[in-house]
Write a protein that binds this ligand. Structure first.
Ligand SMILES: Cc1cc2nc3c(=O)[nH]c(=O)nc-3n(C[C@H](O)[C@H](O)[C@H](O)COP(=O)(O)OP(=O)(O)OC[C@H]3O[C@@H](n4cnc5c(N)ncnc54)[C@H](O)[C@@H]3O)c2cc1C
Length: 500
């Protein structure tokens, strides 16, 4: 039986709260009640009751959503799947099953310790499988193995038919294959409540990886040096990074605002065989940066991490700076955050680097930008496999870098300042001749960009009638058809869900 948390329950205020402190904007916008589901039967019963009562269900697994998708639901019910967190292997066919509520941390640990395989998903251990995998999901070994959604071969999902009846569907390549494809990159909260992800196979975990971290202090920065650093990084992934020999190299470059004091480039490397015997690729990547005289973080640098000695062979050793001291708290609630994203097909242009420099050195009176940044992740490699275009709805298969604009603060009085900083930065970045006249202010898919990433949703994009093309490119019509077929009454909706 699901645990129902009505308004009167002392846990309500904590459990209704979103991880991002911006939501709900007002208590009146928040959810009316919360149901903690313990298994798929619970979830089906709760969902049937919610539909019967004419309420709106929203869904939470890890709770890491960047926008208000689950947290704003006046009088509705928040279905929380975080206690449905089993990671298992089917005794009949050996397939792996990851329940929606499993965190990435638990998933990696269990898959590794029990089966010596891994899921090439995101780097934050407290992110939930439920929203993450259906949105795509990439991380430290994704250039080597592809995205998490690329490996999904089945999804168990609760849908609601035209008469309001809840059905548990087992989607495979042979049954409801269109819904399976839509769940591989379409993003959460669109079609139903995902219960389990199924993977016929998963890649073998690397045996060892090298972590390397370089710091570039702002105190020693000039615009010329900044340009050189970004150009060196972008050029590598736009050229050399296409070679499969380099796919074991993954980078997370935190290009922090000047107020934070430094830029931080984190590198993880192993050869395609999952070992670190030959470091030619890593050495070659690092050499031009070393000429730029970075400080090397002695804790991370040159540490060969042996999987046998560590429970998490990749990624887990890295904690995003913005999360320091906060990881593991699913319901942080006090940190407010705003994000934007871009999928880049080429190296940075001179215009882009100039705009980066301008906004990352911009000071705004009364706005603390010490936790404001652009994270420039390497992309491409196995994530660019063209055969995945038909199997998934993630169309961004020619990107070489993925940008994530982030700004964090705690005081609601600073909302406007932070929103202005990130919006003006993004607007100016895509107001150039590289963007055609009809799509100024956005990285519209074309020669230079492949739009935005649905796991990093940005409700500002709703200002543009073409926003679905930014996230779904040519697959939006397909997603609309799937939506009409499996959720004809639009039971599952949020501010950026698939429209019919
Ligand atoms: C600290 C942090 C680090 C991150 N790192 C990465 C990264 O390395 N790589 C990456 O690709 N992304 C990363 N992300 C983004 C992350 O992938 C998305 O926020 C993702 O949607 C989170 O999934 P969740 O289950 O934790 O969130 P939730 O907020 O629970 O869900 C997100 C969306 O999916 C829906 N949803 C949740 N559960 C279900 C379900 N069972 N069935 C159907 N719909 C559901 C929700 O309603 C919501 O619309 C990060 C986010 C944060 C906050």
């Amino acid at each position: 039986m699901a645990i129902l948390i009505p308004r009167t329950d002392p846990r309500f205020d904590t459990l209704r709260q979103a991880r991002n402190g911006r939501w709900p904007v007002n208590p009146a916008d928040g959810v009316g009640s919360v149901a903690l589901c313990l298994n798929s039967q619970d979830a089906a019963e709760v969902l049937q009751q919610v539909i019967g009562a004419g309420q709106r269900p929203t869904i939470r697994s890890g709770g890491h959503c960047y926008e208000d998708f689950y947290a704003n639901n006046p009088s509705g019910m928040l279905m929380d799947t975080s206690l449905m967190d089993r990671v298992a292997v089917s005794p009949s066919d050996g397939s792996y099953r990851v329940a929606a509520g499993a965190t990435l941390g638990k998933t990696y640990q269990e898959l590794y310790k029990l089966h010596n395989v891994t899921l090439p998903g995101g780097t934050c251990g407290s992110v939930g499988a439920g929203g993450h995998i259906t949105g795509g999901g990439y991380g430290a070994v994704s250039r080597l193995f592809g995205t998490a959604a690329d490996w999904v071969t089945g999804v168990d999902i609760l849908t609601v038919d035209g008469s309001g009846k809840v059905n548990l569907r087992t989607c495979t390549a042979k049954q409801d294959a269109d819904l399976l494809r839509a769940c591989r990159g379409g993003g959460g909260g669109n079609f139903g409540v995902i219960v389990d992800y199924v993977f016929d196979e998963l890649p073998r975990a690397p045996q060892e990886v090298i972590m390397w971290e370089m710091i570039f202090p702002w105190a020693e920065m000039t615009e010329k040096k900044f340009t050189k650093i970004l150009d060196t990084y972008g050029n590598y992934f736009a050229t050399r990074g296409h070679d499969p020999e380099t796919w074991g190299l993954m980078c997370f470059f935190i290009v922090n605002h000047k107020a934070s004091g430094y830029l931080r480039l984190s590198v993880q490397f192993c050869s395609p065989d999952g070992m670190c015997r030959d470091t030619k690729v890593l050495d070659e990547f690092l050499a031009p940066f070393q000429e730029l005289n970075p400080a090397v973080n002695s804790l991370a640098a040159q540490s060969v991490t042996r999987a046998a000695e560590h429970s998490a062979p990749h990624g887990m050793l890295r904690t995003p700076w913005a999360e320091t001291g906060a990881a593991g708290g699913a319901y942080l609630g006090s940190t407010r955050a705003k994000y934007k994203s871009t999928c880049m097909k080429n190296n940075f242009t001179a215009h882009e680097v100039g705009v980066f420099y301008k906004h990352l050195t911009r000071m705004m009176p009364g706005v603390d930008l010490t936790r404001s940044m652009v994270e420039v992740d390497s992309y491409g490699g196995a994530m660019s496999r063209k055969e995945m275009l038909e199997e998934t709805v993630a169309y961004q298969r020619s990107s070489v870098m993925r940008l994530q604009f982030q700004t964090y603060w705690t005081d609601a009085a600073e909302d406007e300042g932070h929103n202005n900083w990130i919006r003006e930065f993004y607007q100016e970045l895509y107001s150039s001749p590289e963007v055609d006249a009809a799509h100024q202010g956005t990285p519209f898919p074309g020669a230079n960009y492949q739009g935005c990433y649905i796991n990093y949703p940005d409700a500002d994009m709703l200002d543009h009638a073409y926003w679905p093309q930014l996230y779904y490119g040519p697959n939006y019509e397909f997603l609309q058809q799937v939506k009409k077929k499996y959720d004809p009454n639009n039971v599952f909706h949020h501010s950026m869900s698939i429209r019919t």
